[in-house]
Design a protein around this ligand. Structure first.
Ligand SMILES: *Cc1c(COP(=O)(O)O)cnc(C)c1O
Length: 482
């Protein structure tokens, strides 16, 4: 039966010689000289030959094998895979936005520039920071922009000896990678026993060589850096700057303004917290906000308002330059603008509170089965670990595969690296209690299976069209053809 189902839904080789979808009338002869002779094909392309119906079924069936937000709960930690209103898609696709030519004169795209300007203002308001650039195309790109902004700042101040960036072990992996790319030496520090920054360890490595300290807040074990205000003071006393990786702003929006922590700069992931999914593989947006003393170093142009007009401000002599062609991924910015216009300060706070409540709800209900690595209230996501002695040889990856059989997309696994057998669950604020209860029920059922029939979990997934792949061979001998 599985074989027939598989062939029906998934077989790739469907082409039959001579089969056609649409036939076009071979009307008037094309002029011979329309393309240079050397550009013309000598042989016909090898395209699949299929009817239109077969083609439509093929792609529709493939798309139905996929797990996506519109079909399944998607608790992928550190990705904020929440529901994003379809209305924002429609609005970002309005002709005036979507058809604007990238080289259109500024007078012809005043509406787009006004929206971008207003978005910058809204981001300033929710973070408390003084200036924003919307250019960066992703979170990691925002980090690079931030670190290069710091570099331009220290260059302007003649502090060329500042060659190090300090990164705690609970930072997102992109933080050390970014610092390295920007030409800095990365200094790692271990966290304290409570999963937060070890201030003594930080003090030991802070010096006049430190350029930036990069803190992921909430950190990758889902905890708020409770000493961040004090850390900011320590960093500033050493003459360095504090960067906050705010990719997961879901947990804080409307509750706290990061500027009040004393940070100098941060990035936001509009494609997580603000109405575009992160794991969708589409374009992202990682705006960078800075405190007043760094504004002049941001990439140019920024969007400014001069009188009643909106302009791309090019006259910024200390700017680090351009970081992206044209001006950011505007369609993502438009969705974020819609989101921030829909929620006022009070309801934005509810978004964060609900995200935090949902994560803690899951954490507490699973406590006796898969306990949190740090037994403390978490922010928007919880990081669980396995009690090895109870697991009958089952590993985190097995549980993730088994969850597919229960109809859930798998959470993030084996991240963060400091947690052995990590399972990172981010329910987001858009899931209701019924869904969370069902997910918890599935996790408990898997726990029971681990005890009574571990082989089932070990062999999962059992009810998917594609069985578990041989990951070792797939990595060592990749066969990318069929
Ligand atoms: C997702 C994430 C990033 C990277 O964002 P991308 O858009 O994937 O580059 C950086 N830091 C944290 C904390 C994140 O969760």
């Amino acid at each position: 039966m599985q074989d027939i189902m598989k062939k029906n839904a998934l077989s790739i080789e469907k082409s039959v010689s001579g089969r056609r979808g649409v036939r076009f009338e071979q009307s008037a002869k094309l002029p011979q000289d329309i393309l240079p002779q050397e550009c013309l094909r000598k042989t016909a392309p090898k395209l699949p030959e299929m009817s239109e119906l077969d083609t439509v079924r093929h792609f529709t069936n493939l798309s139905r094998q996929n797990y996506c937000l519109d079909s399944h709960f998607y608790p992928l930690g550190s990705c904020t895979m929440k529901y994003n209103p379809k209305a924002y898609d429609v609005l970002s696709g309005l002709d005036g936005f979507a058809s604007a030519h990238p080289f259109a004169p500024q007078a012809g795209v005043q509406g787009t520039l006004e929206l971008l300007y207003n978005l910058q203002e809204l981001l300033k308001e929710v973070t408390g920071l003084s200036a924003f650039t919307l250019q960066p195309a992703a979170g990691a790109h925002g980090e690079l922009t931030g670190i290069l902004t710091a570099k331009a700042y220290f260059k302007a101040h003649g502090e060329h000896q500042r060659a190090e960036v300090i990164v705690p072990d609970t930072a997102h992996g992109t933080n050390p990678a970014t610092s390295n790319m920007a030409g800095y030496k990365v200094v790692n520090i271990k966290s304290a026993a409570d999963g937060c920054v070890d201030k003594e360890a930080l003090q030991k490595v802070l010096s006049d060589k430190t350029a930036v300290v990069m803190l992921t807040v909430p950190n990758t074990v889902g905890l708020f850096e409770k000493d961040i205000c004090e850390i900011a003071k320590m960093v500033h006393a050493a003459g360095a700057l504090l960067y906050m990786d705010g990719a997961n702003f879901n947990a804080l929006m409307g509750v706290a303004k990061p500027a009040s922590f004393g940070i100098d700069m941060m990035h936001l992931n509009l494609h997580k917290s603000f109405a575009a999914p992160h794991g969708g593989g589409g374009p992202g947006s990682g705006p960078v906000g800075v405190a007043a003393h760094l504004a002049e170093f941001l990439p140019k142009p920024t969007v400014a308002k001069v009188g009643e007009k909106f302009v791309l401000q090019e006259t910024m002599p200390n700017s680090l330059g351009k970081i992206k062609a044209f001006y950011g991924n505007i369609a993502v910015c438009i969705r974020a603008y819609c989101f921030l216009r829909q929620y006022d300060e009070k309801t934005l706070r509810q978004v964060a509170e609900q995200a935090v409540l949902n994560a803690n709800y899951v954490r507490v209900l699973l406590k006796d089965y898969f306990p949190a690595f740090f037994d403390a209230p978490c922010m928007h996501e919880c990081v669980l670990s396995l009690q090895k002695e109870k697991m009958n040889g089952i590993r985190t990856a097995d549980i993730a595969k088994r969850l597919l059989d229960y109809g859930f997309y798998a959470p993030t696994i084996y991240f963060p690296l400091i947690v052995p057998e990590a399972i990172m669950i981010e329910p987001t604020e858009t899931e209701n209690k019924e869904m969370l209860d069902l997910f918890v029920k599935a996790m408990k059922a898997i726990f029971e299976e681990i005890i009574s029939e571990p082989q089932t979990v070990h062999d999962a997934p059992l009810h998917q069209l594609v069985k578990r792949i041989d990951e070792v061979s797939a990595a060592r001998e990749p066969n990318l053809r069929w």
